[in-house]
Write a new protein. Structure first.
Lengths: 663, 191
């Protein structure tokens, strides 16, 4: 183009700009159409239609939102201490965060998965994964609290987790950062990755009461297992895991793990694995991992270190694992409600491949393989492929299903949600997200029975969406009505941490089972006081156990003397209330170990090692009544060796009669 | 100077249109031919921020040597994508590089009916990931956003792409890196 032609180009460009840009939505202000407010509005005092369980990302917690209002209902502490609830601070909850590495106060929770029966959400539990120090947690949906955590040996970067089979037979956990197994010498040069590093897939069995146990692990090549989903119906026996870094690079993965045109989806027959384990084909391997359980009767968590897992080596069994080539570093791995279609989202790919379970079975039966990868047969791409969605958008990440034959996929790079038809693979609709969407959620969108009223986009970038709050901004979620042909943006709401995956379920399945308080008669905490007459202070050597009760609006005891420097003081606070939404708090001046929040009917313990002589007030931190401000007490700390006797009381420690008058 | 003036003219028109065109008639745009094109505006290009490091689009807009590229990016609806988080490595042909194409090629590609071909060419200049000058290796194959590959050769310390375009400068930007190239990369013919 000659320089004297430049001006016409500008004119053209300007015309193009006018033509192309003029009346498209510029921001949510104009992207939101009329009626949106009404659709997202839940009147004061009215309930939302759905619970939305949202991963808290790097906060390590899980948050619960009401949909469609976007109201934050609760943050459930899971893998991180939570000063709002005392989780990880009270002696009773500290064991929940125990690992083979000791107490880990902060982890990174990426995915949530609601328990299922027959491929439908059953409302019993929700699971979450710890990505950093690999663990899986089970949360109880009657108390909205963490009930159990199990650590995963031989693993690092527990990312393809905690996805479940259709009857919650198993929760899986796949290794994103392959490492040398725990029972071999891990002191190896990092550049021996290809030789020494392995990827483990763990299958955690779930008992009737939810109990988690590592049933078996499958040793696989040292790729990066990314995401996973179980089969459904006809593909019930199978689990599918995406993986990237089939190059098995150990440095600058940004470049070195993007070399190949295709990585893989691993198709794993977990029923076969189960049979092999039953037949004794697994190898018992010495490892070390923590298993933590919170007992609702004792209101206390216990942590046990376990020492053995059963391992199957994928290459020792010819009918256990198969690799399906999948373009360009696949991320999301999503199975449609019928169980026939497996969608792999290559985050650097220009298309979305959809694989057919029936074709995969045929290909396996006819051995339509392209050799093997580290001993695992590689099924020919075309043999397993149903079809490709062409030019769907840039950077596909995750797919959820509407149960009406359509899929909705999130695109990070082009920042949009795209709806497409599974059968004809045609794009039907697309909407921008603000900005750079990661995961998405349709209620029941990864089950056999989606409840496709809404899709929620969880965005990675917020920038100008809300009033600015300095360099760090709450991440944004966006709610779209998908009852019509076009997705319609109706609400934008902030979230905690960085939301990755989230799930939503009809509130009817959960709300009626919600616990209101704990029966004090069932409280089996060894330090409970089941009434004020049981309140006491007991010295055992240098340990002072304060059995203290709280009820509107006093502590018993509220005057304590006889504590000495060198003592360890344990305040075992029992909340005697038997009423909904009346927790009491407990804080004592100078306690370096935080505070407590005690639910009605439960007992929680704060350990306090006084560091100086003096008087230390304690008080209730949760506004409980009109006389909440009066709910206070004093602990006297005397020097080591002091002869001040141990004494405690409420309402009795009155001044001597001759000292009340003025001097 | 005439270049800069023209950029301002374009920008002024752009801004002016933003202000006046949509305020009262938000839903009147003509139906698009297909639903398969990326949305023109779902991204961060509208975020008001003059303080942060410039992204691919803003940096390209500030270059007098890349006005053709910028116009093409807009025509192909890639402004949103290239303003997003990326990260991107963008091979940015100069105006002179576009001028080397046969006469009329650029004007032809800028026609609405050639949008798909233009998009394909531009996406052939973008890969997801940050490839610094030292990241390139002789014989390397780069997977580009359009799905095709670009071949890297290194001769006398110069990085060449598809044996036709040489990297002449590299500019780090907030969402990746721009490598200025002296020729337009043409994707392989579609089967």
């Amino acid at each position: 183009m000659k320089k004297n032609q430049v001006l016409p180009l500008y004119v053209l460009a300007a015309v193009v700009l006018l033509g192309t840009y003029s009346c498209k939505p510029r921001n949510a202000g104009s992207a939101v159409t009329s009626g949106a407010a009404e659709k997202a509005y839940v009147a004061p005092g009215k309930y939302d239609e759905f619970y939305n369980f949202v991963s808290g990302g790097f906060s390590g917690q899980m948050s619960v939102y009401g949909i469609p209002s976007g109201r934050l209902l609760r943050v459930i502490p899971v893998f991180s201490v939570d000063p709002e609830k005392g989780y990880g601070y009270s002696e009773e909850t500290k064991p929940m965060l125990n690992t083979s590495h000791g107490f880990v106060p902060w982890d990174d929770l990426h995915h949530t998965e609601l328990s299922q029966t027959n491929g439908e959400i059953d409302g019993r539990w929700v699971f979450g994964n710890a990505n950093n120090t690999p663990r899986v947690a089970r949360l109880d949906l009657t108390t909205f609290s963490t009930a159990e955590i199990i650590e995963l040996p031989n693993s690092a970067g527990n990312h393809s987790s905690p996805f479940i089979t259709e009857n919650t037979e198993y929760v899986v956990a796949g290794t994103r950062f392959s490492v040398p197994p725990d029972n071999v010498n891990g002191d190896v040069p990092i550049n021996t990755y290809k030789k020494n590093f392995k990827g483990y897939l763990s299958f955690i069995s779930i008992g009737k009461e939810g109990q988690m146990d590592i049933a078996f692990q499958i040793q696989c090549p040292g790729v990066d297992f990314d995401l996973s989903h179980a089969g459904k119906a006809k593909s019930h026996d199978w689990f599918f895991f995406t993986c990237y870094n089939s190059e098995r690079a150990n440095t600058l993965l940004e470049v070195n793990a993007s070399q190949k045109d295709k990585d893989f989806i691993l198709a794993l027959n977990w029923k076969k694995a189960e049979e092999y384990v039953k037949a004794g084909k697994g190898k018992k391997v010495a490892v070390k991992y923590a298993h933590n359980v919170y007992n609702e009767k004792t209101h206390t968590a216990t942590s046990e270190i376990r020492n053995e897992v059963t391992v199957l080596d994928s290459k020792d069994f010819s009918d256990l694992c198969y690799f399906i080539p999948c373009p360009k570093s696949p991320h999301g791995c999503d199975v449609d409600p019928t169980g026939e279609y497996i969608v792999g989202s290559g985050k650097l790919a220009a298309l979305i491949p959809v694989f057919s379970f029936d074709k995969l079975q045929k290909a396996i039966a006819n051995k339509e393989f392209d050799g093997n990868y580290e001993g695992i047969p590689v099924v020919k791409y075309e043999s397993a492929l149903y079809g490709e969605v062409q030019k769907p958008g840039l950077g596909p990440l995750h797919t959820e299903f509407d149960g009406k034959g359509n899929a909705i996929t999130s695109f990070f790079v082009s920042s949009e949600l795209v709806k497409w038809n599974i059968k004809d693979l045609k794009v039907l609709d697309r909407v921008p997200t603000y900005y750079s969407v990661g995961h998405l959620c349709i209620p029941g969108g990864d089950t056999r029975k989606p409840n496709a009223k809404y899709v929620i986009a969880y965005n990675k970038i917020t920038k100008d969406r809300y009033l600015p709050t300095g360099p760090e901004l709450a991440q944004s979620a966006q709610l779209f009505d998908i009852t019509g042909d076009k997705m319609q943006l109706i609400l934008d709401f902030p979230t905690i941490g960085e939301p990755h995956y989230a799930q939503a379920v009809s509130a009817d399945l959960i709300k009626s089972k919600s616990v209101k308080f704990f029966n004090i008669n069932d409280n089996a905490n060894p330090y409970v006081s089941k009434g004020e007459p049981e309140a006491k202070v007991v010295r055992e050597g240098n340990k002072v156990h304060v059995y203290i009760t709280s009820i509107r609006s006093h502590f018993n005891p509220d005057n304590i003397e006889g504590i000495k420097i060198g003592d360890e003081v344990y305040f075992h606070v029992t909340n005697l209330e038997q009423d909904w939404d009346i927790p009491h708090g407990f804080a004592v001046k100078g306690a370096p170990n935080g505070e407590l929040l005690i639910m009605p009917g439960s007992t929680q313990t704060l350990k306090w090692v006084p560091d100086r002589v003096g008087i230390f007030p304690f008080y209730c931190t949760d506004f409980c009544s009109a006389l909440h401000q009066e709910m206070q007490g004093y602990a006297r700390v005397s020097p080591a060796g002091s002869t001040v006797p141990l004494m405690f009381s409420t309402g009795k420690n009155l001044p001597p009669s001759d000292s009340t008058s003025a001097k | 100077m005439i270049f800069m003036k023209n950029i301002y003219l374009v920008l002024t028109l752009f801004v002016a249109f933003n202000i006046f065109s949509c305020s009262n008639e938000p839903e009147k745009q003509p139906e698009q031919a297909t639903n398969t094109q990326p949305p023109a505006s779902g991204g961060q290009e509208n975020v008001k921020d003059d303080e942060s490091q410039k992204d691919v689009v803003k940096a390209a807009m500030g270059s007098k040597d890349h006005t053709t590229l910028v116009a093409a990016i807009k025509q192909a609806d890639l402004v949103t994508t290239l303003s997003n988080a990326g990260p991107f490595t963008v091979f940015a042909p100069t105006n002179a590089a576009f001028d080397k194409l046969p006469a009329g090629t650029v004007d032809g590609l800028m026609k609405p009916e050639k949008k798909e071909a233009l998009t394909n060419i531009l996406e052939y200049h973008v890969t997801v990931g940050v490839l610094k000058p030292e990241s390139f290796a002789d014989g390397q194959s780069l997977g580009m956003v359009n799905g095709d590959n670009v071949k890297v050769t290194i001769k006398d310390g110069k990085v060449m792409l598809n044996n036709s375009a040489t990297i002449t400068a590299s500019i780090p930007v907030s969402n990746g890196i721009i490598h200025v190239v002296d020729a337009v990369l043409l994707p392989p013919e579609k089967k």
